[in-house]
Design a protein around this ligand. Structure first.
Ligand code: F6P
Length: 321
């Protein structure tokens, strides 16, 4: 059974990561484990930036955005020689368990460490909601609310000037942020990698809407769908005669105090990670599926197909335009 456990955050930061670290640290201590934190994700493992902590280390962090452990992306972690250094740094302190909070890349790193003798558990921390083994990742809800606040403001000025505004949101090739925020905002169109529309359909829809009573339109677009959303807006302007603007919401989407939902979810995930390690599990990740926390082998999780939300897409076509 594990006796000493470390926790790290890796990849893009997400609101709620601190609440999750807090839950891992505190539930580990309550179960009699020695608890450690690793700064700067896998880089901190390699550079030996590891510190033993007590319960006060995570006081007053449940409400804080970002990650107090800092985060990093370390492509070199794919190399076994680099991972060996990380394993040595854990071993010399007697750390036998590791909880990683991040996305798919973070999970893969954890699985590789498992194969080198470290017991690992992955928790889904990313605003993108792009992890197939869970219905909801830590940070998604907060980010969604942040996007909605922004779109509310953009709506005011779009309405005043009777324009069409394209709002580009994050998601890293996953359309969930666009899809859910688009539904929550009742926008005219939602364009995602799973649901792109041909240029002609976009322009004809906008022209049809313009000929009705409502003179403005909002369109939410997933990042990376178009090389440059500003150029795209100009092309639509040219083709329709409608004045168009584009807004890229950018990194503000990752910031801010986590929502109550994310704080609770993150706390639950953290407690489940320690439980799994105490049960002798390793190389697994925790997901929330149909409101139940489940354990998956990381490789199995990484190969699961992602839900394309066909049901939600139907709703949009019925309600939004
Ligand atoms: O994975 C989170 C995310 O914010 C994605 O939505 C986005 O594509 C990417 O990270 C941006 O990464 P960076 O902060 O390294 O520019």
């Amino acid at each position: 059974m594990v006796k000493k456990v470390a926790v790290l955050t890796s990849g893009g930061d997400a609101p709620g990561m601190n609440a999750c670290v807090r839950a891992v640290v505190r539930s580990g201590l309550k179960n009699g484990l020695d608890m450690f934190v690793v700064y700067e994700g896998y880089r901190g493992l390699v550079e030996d930036n590891i510190v033993q902590v007590d319960r006060n280390f995570v006081s007053d962090t449940i409400n804080r955005g970002g990650t107090i452990l800092h985060s990093a992306r370390l492509p070199e972690f794919k190399e076994e020689s680099v991972r060996k250094i990380a394993v040595e740094n854990l071993k010399k302190r007697g750390i036998d368990g590791l909880v990683v909070i991040g996305g798919d890349g973070t999970y893969l790193g954890a699985k590789k460490l498992t194969e080198m003798g470290v017991k690992t558990v992955g928790l889904p921390g990313t605003i993108d909601n792009d992890i197939a083994s869970t219905d909801e990742t830590i940070g998604f809800d907060t980010c969604l609310n942040t996007i909605c606040e922004c779109v509310d403001k953009i709506r005011d000025t779009t309405t005043s000037h009777q324009r069409c505004t394209f709002i580009e949101v994050m998601g890293n090739r996953c359309g969930d942020l666009a899809l859910y925020s688009g539904i929550a905002e009742g926008v005219e169109m939602i364009l995602t990698p799973d649901h792109p529309l041909p240029f002609e359909e976009i322009t004809s829809t906008l022209k049809r809407l313009r000929n009705g009573k409502k003179k403005h339109s909002l369109v939410v677009v997933s990042e990376k769908l178009y090389p440059n959303i500003h150029d795209f807006a100009k092309e639509v302007s040219k083709a329709t005669g409608i004045e168009c603007r584009a807004e890229v919401l950018g990194h503000l989407q990752r910031g801010g105090s986590p929502s109550a939902r994310d704080r609770i979810l993150a706390t639950q995930y953290g407690v489940h990670a320690i439980e799994a390690l105490l049960d002798g599990e390793s190389g697994i990740c925790i997901g929330l599926v149909n409101n139940r926390f489940v354990r998956y082998d990381i490789y199995e999780a990484l190969n699961l197909p992602r839900d394309k939300h066909i049901e939600l897409l139907k709703i949009i076509s019925l309600v939004n335009r």
